[in-house]
Design a protein around this ligand. Structure first.
Ligand code: SAM
Length: 352
């Protein structure tokens, strides 16, 4: 219990998002600052770790977008939250098969954790990529932002509505140093913002990604200025239903939310209806949110698997299709993960 104290810093209580920000991203003790969480030795598997074909499909989508945008000579690609760098590594390998495109594209990585930046540098060795903290550095050409499991890793705020009053959930340590939930009146500014979203109108329990929208706000500004798009792939839902979606995973198993703080991953599900409303409010066009399964199939993942399998032995083929099933099946990630595309560009052809 003593270890929980350090995430409160000097505060007696903290709103849910600020507390979990410390748990996940504190420079000294935060989950993403002290360990490599990815892969079988870590706590969870993301799609790039399940199959390289996932990353190849993102590469194909980026090249398709470049073509739709008229094959510009300046083309900026920014990955949001690149994890251990595995996804972009495969993407760069695909790009090398398209020499002209490869010569005009620029790659930027947007990463909060210094620990993961080091890991990304190790994975990417001599690849030509640039880490970026401020998108103002990008001056020319359309911008393509993409992020896999970026938003679900950004702490959310939680509120309850009672008799038209909005209360925010805070976390507090009781006398026995156990974490307890308490509610305080929401701030006037949060109340104003939350009331402005139709998607949240009739809910009694509200999750609001203030930190996520702050980050996306910077992204939206850049897209509005230079033209471009934002592809978000994440675990999430289409209709909010008063759910508390905060969840924790430790060594590939469900973990109680307040256990193993700083050693376990904590995420929430993305509200894709709210995300869509956020983009629309910011004058971006938004495509219909689709499932990961549908997106990957549209990009040609099955055809690609058929090509790859030709050189494989039986057990390798079995493994390939087992992994593909995990990515595509409606019972697995195929439906649970959704893909959202927002953009600013004049084209009737653009789709996902
Ligand atoms: C769940 S991981 C996903 C990693 C990777 N995209 C993948 O699919 O394997 C979330 C990533 O987002 C990063 N991240 C979280 N908040 C961030 C922020 N505010 N700015 C930049 N990166 C952030 C994390 O450090 C981590 O790299």
């Amino acid at each position: 219990m003593k270890s929980n104290l350090k995430f409160f810093k000097k505060f007696k209580s903290l709103p849910v998002d600020k507390f979990f920000y410390n748990v996940l991203y504190d420079k000294k003790d935060g989950y993403y600052s002290v360990q490599d969480p990815f892969g079988s030795k870590g706590d969870f598997l993301t799609s790039p770790k399940i199959s390289k074909l996932f990353s190849e499909m993102i590469a194909i989508w980026i090249i398709y977008t470049w073509e739709i945008f008229g094959k510009p000579k300046n083309f900026n690609i920014i990955e949001l939250g690149p994890g251990d760098g595995d996804l972009i590594k495969v993407i760069l390998k695909v790009f090398k098969k398209f020499p002209y495109f490869n010569s005009v594209k620029k790659i930027y990585l947007y990463e909060e954790s210094n620990f993961l930046k080091k890991l990304q540098k190790k994975t990417l060795k001599s690849e030509k990529v640039e880490w970026i903290n401020n998108f103002n550095k990008i001056k020319k050409g359309p911008v393509v932002f993409f992020g896999n499991e970026f938003l679900d890793a950004l702490p959310i705020k939680q509120f309850k509505k009672e008799k038209n009053n909005l209360y925010e959930k805070y976390l507090i340590l009781d006398k026995k140093k156990k974490i307890k939930e308490v509610y305080f009146h929401a701030s006037a500014s949060d109340l104003k913002v939350i009331s402005s979203f139709k998607t949240l109108k009739n809910l009694k329990f509200i999750e609001f990604p203030k930190m996520g929208f702050n980050e996306l706000g910077k992204v939206v500004q850049k897209v509005s200025k230079l033209n471009g798009c934002i592809l978000i792939i994440d675990y999430g839902y289409l209709k909010p239903n008063n759910q508390n979606t905060l969840q924790s995973v430790y060594k590939h198993k469900k973990n109680k939310l307040f256990d193993n703080l700083g050693k376990a991953d904590v995420t929430s599900h993305v509200n894709f209806a709210l995300l869509k409303e956020f983009y629309t409010k910011n004058n971006l066009k938004v495509k219909k949110t689709i499932t990961q399964g549908k997106f990957l199939k549209k990009m040609g993942i099955i055809k690609r698997a058929e090509i790859v399998e030709k050189k494989m032995k039986f057990d390798e083929k079995t493994n390939l299709y087992y992994r593909l099933k995990r990515l595509l099946s409606s019972r697995s990630m195929g439906d649970l993960f959704k893909v959202s595309l927002a953009y600013k560009f004049k084209s009737n052809k653009y789709q996902i």
